[in-house]
Design a protein around this ligand. Structure first.
Ligand code: ATP
Length: 333
């Protein structure tokens, strides 16, 4: 069963330099209790996709094409009033990259969690809501006694965990987690991911996990979507992406991590610079950085092609993947 289905999403930002096509035809889906990892370099459009789903785009951002189906509704067609009343927190919540920004600075963290709970569960008393907030704090390794603090009294890592408590407070069906553990040390990271995963099992929560950390992806995600230049260039189950990728960009990411199961590693950048999203060139966006680019890669934009079991790749040479993988590992040594 699919919970969220994104089809052909185009989200643009208006800037003085022109129109930035940050999501440029993104298609994705996520099912209950599934964790979908969204990976890719900075600027590839991951946050834009998440903000489009929960309709939190800045004023200069706009969904210009495509659909985002949640259950039987198209989120792109909802009014902001409907989004606030019927979607945010209750159905879909987001843990933003900078957790401190997710809180209102003039209210205590506890009151903000209570407010969200009571706004969506009219028969939950204040005392019950407070107890739930405290329990979540404890599960996330925060001191119960700190719950009446104001956001600014928290360190970055604590604010991030408090934000996770807020995002999980009314058991939403989908959690969008944008680099949720980056400000945390490895032990706490593991604990948080473990807690999120237990809550997922308990409530069948789906998660879209945006991260740069390939070890987190390989341990936590059921499926992975790799973004490059505003498009999902490859998606499949996590094992396929890690062991048998078909897109040269995914290969580049993978080969930057010879031992993905080792301790937390950051993405090592692939030579070259990301594409210009204001005025994208014809052809495959990865061609200028691709060691396997041929003439057609510069001229024709590759269409998504399926290689069984939901493994979808946008690359002209995807059917030569085995040879490309061998070639890539030879170049590495
Ligand atoms: P990161 O990992 O750094 O958060 P990302 O993959 O999430 O990167 P986005 O933040 O979605 O990428 O950005 C995609 C593109 O859109 C980038 O080129 C970025 O500069 C641009 N962009 C993002 N927000 C805005 C904005 N408010 N106005 C103009 N351009 C923007």
């Amino acid at each position: 069963m699919t919970l969220v289905r994104i089809d052909g999403l185009k989200t643009h930002y208006q800037t003085e330099e022109g129109n930035v096509a940050a999501a440029d035809g993104v298609s994705l889906s996520v099912s209950p209790n599934e964790t979908l990892g969204l990976v890719g370099e900075s600027g590839s459009g991951k946050t834009t996709v998440a903000k489009s789903i929960i309709r939190l785009l800045p004023d200069n951002g706009e969904i210009v094409e495509g659909t985002i189906e949640y259950e039987d509704r198209d989120i792109t067609e909802m009014s902001m009033k409907e989004v606030r009343r019927e979607l945010r927190w209750k159905e879909i919540s987001m843990i933003p990259q900078n957790a401190m920004n997710g809180f209102d600075p003039v209210h205590t963290v506890c009151n903000q969690i209570i407010e969200v709970i009571q706004a969506h569960e009219s028969d939950t008393s204040k005392a019950e809501a407070r107890k739930r907030a405290e329990d979540l704090f404890e599960e996330l390794g925060l001191d119960r006694d700190r719950i009446d603090d104001y956001p600014h009294q928290f360190s970055g890592g604590m604010a991030q965990r408090a934000m996770i408590a807020l995002a999980l407070a009314v058991n939403p069906a989908v959690v969008l987690a944008d680099e949720p553990t980056t400000a945390l040390d490895v032990v706490i990271q593991d604990r948080i991911l473990q807690t999120i995963s237990e809550l997922q099992d308990e409530f069948d929560t789906a998660m879209i996990l945006i991260t740069h950390d390939m070890s987190v992806v390989s341990e936590t995600c059921d499926r992975i979507a790799v973004m490059y230049g505003g498009r999902v260039v490859e998606s499949a189950d996590a094992d396929t992406i890690i062991r048998n990728p078909r897109h040269p960009y995914t290969l580049g990411l993978r080969n930057a991590f010879p031992d993905i199961t080792a301790d937390s590693q950051e993405l090592i950048s692939i030579p070259g610079t990301p594409p210009n999203l204001t005025d994208p060139d014809e052809g495959c966006r990865f061609a200028p950085r691709c060691p396997f680019a041929e003439e057609r890669c510069w001229e024709e934009t590759p269409e998504p092609e399926e290689f069984g079991d939901g493994h979808v790749v946008e690359c002209h040479r995807a059917d030569e993947a085995e040879m490309l993988r061998k070639e890539a590992s030879k170049r590495e040594t």
